[in-house]
Design a protein around this ligand. Structure first.
Ligand code: HAM
Length: 438
């Protein structure tokens, strides 16, 4: 039987891992530059945590969660990171230790969605969450952080969409206005939206059904139903984005797919690179009521999450520098034993090295060293053992030398420290080492 990875859950092989590590390293740096510290939460939580925070009427909860029963417990693989971060924040009473908390995370999330380009079932998010700052400066800072990081990655064609849905009172006012507008057309709505008209009308704004979208296009705007406080927050945010010189588009219809939001919402999109229809790179917003709803004090919060697979599709190709590698190529059992000791010494000097202990011919070991892109090959045969030397073959700068065995680590380090001669090409000619099977 041949096994394959589960559909929508991909392997990342070493050839691609460099790009992931680059993303992770630059994101960590961007987050740390803005005062965020990393938090790590379990990949699985009680199902109820997601149902209550994300909302029973959302697609994520209704269709996309990987949920299973274990004994008396219902568990779910996390579909996103915000609910877990808020749960950890409340559980560890972080609010009693610091007035403002800035956390970031990077990790896999799981949603049983229809798989397409940029939409997977196990995908990876990098996210930031701020607890304890009612903002709008933290809203602006998060949007700026995202914009700066995408720009650093070389992603062009960026669009920043901002919107608001206000806090509870504005939402209630808007909900009434929306229902009054949609009710006369209820029969024209999709089946799901007809139900949501009763249960959660704001979700209809996020419907993908064409007949719903057509109706919603003429719906009243939330911006006309904001309370004074919500309007103040919204207008100050826009002034701050203006002060930062950050280009944005106001999208009054932005609701996003999760129910926990209040006030500010934002998404960053791009049509760069190989992104297809799934062109939202990141999304986020305020969720001022979540901490209290989880049994904590009334502490405001805001955050975002970035889809890293989408970022990889959008960003230009880049060469990821690898540390130079040395290959020890010993011929014969005694040379292999010596080679293991040489490799240990090199590693103690911080040099990357692997031993080719397969017992193959010198030619084949050199061929492999070249195909690995190794910088140097250290040949040890019978004669080298007798003379207490190692034959150092520089695959990039051509040339070779016999180095006294005791000096090999420092000689390799010395060569690695020298700048490469321009146009240095790998040297493929096999060298003669005594005892080498030809
Ligand atoms: P979200 O909009 O559901 O928000 O997801 C954020 C980003 O994750 C999306 O913009 C997209 O790039 C990526 N993403 C989502 N689903 C998939 C998928 N199936 N395949 C590939 N990428 C995907 C959240 O998750 C919120 N927790 C964001 C947030 C943080 N709000 C406040 N704090």
């Amino acid at each position: 039987m041949k096994f394959r990875a589960v559909k929508g859950m991909n392997d990342t092989l070493p050839a691609d891992v460099g790009r992931w590590q680059y993303l992770e390293a630059t994101f960590r740096r961007a987050a740390q530059l803005a005062g965020f510290s990393e938090v790590r939460t379990p990949h699985m939580e009680q199902t109820e945590l997601f149902v209550r925070s994300i909302g029973t009427e959302t697609d994520v909860v209704q269709k996309e969660m990987y949920t299973f029963e274990r004994g008396r417990h219902s568990l779910t693989l996390r579909p996103e990171g915000t609910a877990s971060a808020a749960r950890a924040y409340v559980q560890h009473k972080v609010f009693s230790k610091e007035p403002v908390t800035r956390w970031y995370y990077i990790g896999p999330m799981f949603r049983a969605e229809n798989v397409q380009r940029g939409r997977l079932r196990q995908f990876h998010q990098a996210g930031c969450e701020v607890f304890g700052d009612a903002g709008p400066a933290s809203d602006a800072e998060l949007i700026q952080l995202l914009y700066a990081w995408f720009t650093e990655l070389g992603i062009g064609d960026l669009e920043v969409c901002v919107g608001t849905i206000g806090n509870a009172e504005s939402k209630a006012r808007y909900r009434d206005a929306l229902v009054a507008f949609l009710e006369p057309h209820a029969a024209e709505l999709s089946e799901t939206s007809q139900r949501r008209l009763e249960t959660n009308p704001l979700r209809i704004l996020d419907s993908k059904a064409p007949q719903d979208q057509e109706l919603v296009a003429g719906a009243p705007s939330i911006l006309e139903h904001l309370t004074d406080e919500d309007r103040e927050h919204w207008e100050e945010l826009l002034s701050q984005l203006d002060a930062l010189g950050l280009p944005y588009r106001i999208d009054p219809g932005l609701v996003r797919g999760l129910d926990y939001y209040s006030r500010t919402l934002f998404e960053l999109k791009s049509n760069a690179g190989e992104l297809g229809a799934q062109n939202t790179l990141a999304g986020g917003g305020r969720y001022d009521a979540m901490v209290e709803s989880m049994g904590g004090p009334a502490i405001p919060a805001i955050g975002f999450a970035i889809g890293l697979e989408r970022v990889l599709l959008a960003m230009p190709e880049r060469d990821v520098a690898r540390e130079p590698l040395c290959v020890v190529a010993p011929v014969g059992a005694a040379a292999i034993r010596e080679g293991l000791i040489v490799a240990r010494e090199l590693r103690e000097h911080g040099i990357c090295v692997e031993v080719d202990g397969r017992g193959n011919s010198l030619k084949s070991m050199l061929r492999r060293a070249n195909s690995l892109g190794a910088r140097m090959c250290l040949l040890i045969g019978e004669s080298e053992l007798e003379r207490s030397v190692v034959q150092l073959k520089d695959l990039e700068q051509r040339g070779q030398e016999d180095v006294p065995r005791k000096d090999i680590a420092s000689r390799v380090a010395e060569r690695l420290a020298q700048p490469l001669a321009p146009g240095g090409e790998p040297n493929n000619t096999p060298t003669n080492v005594s005892g080498a099977p030809s």
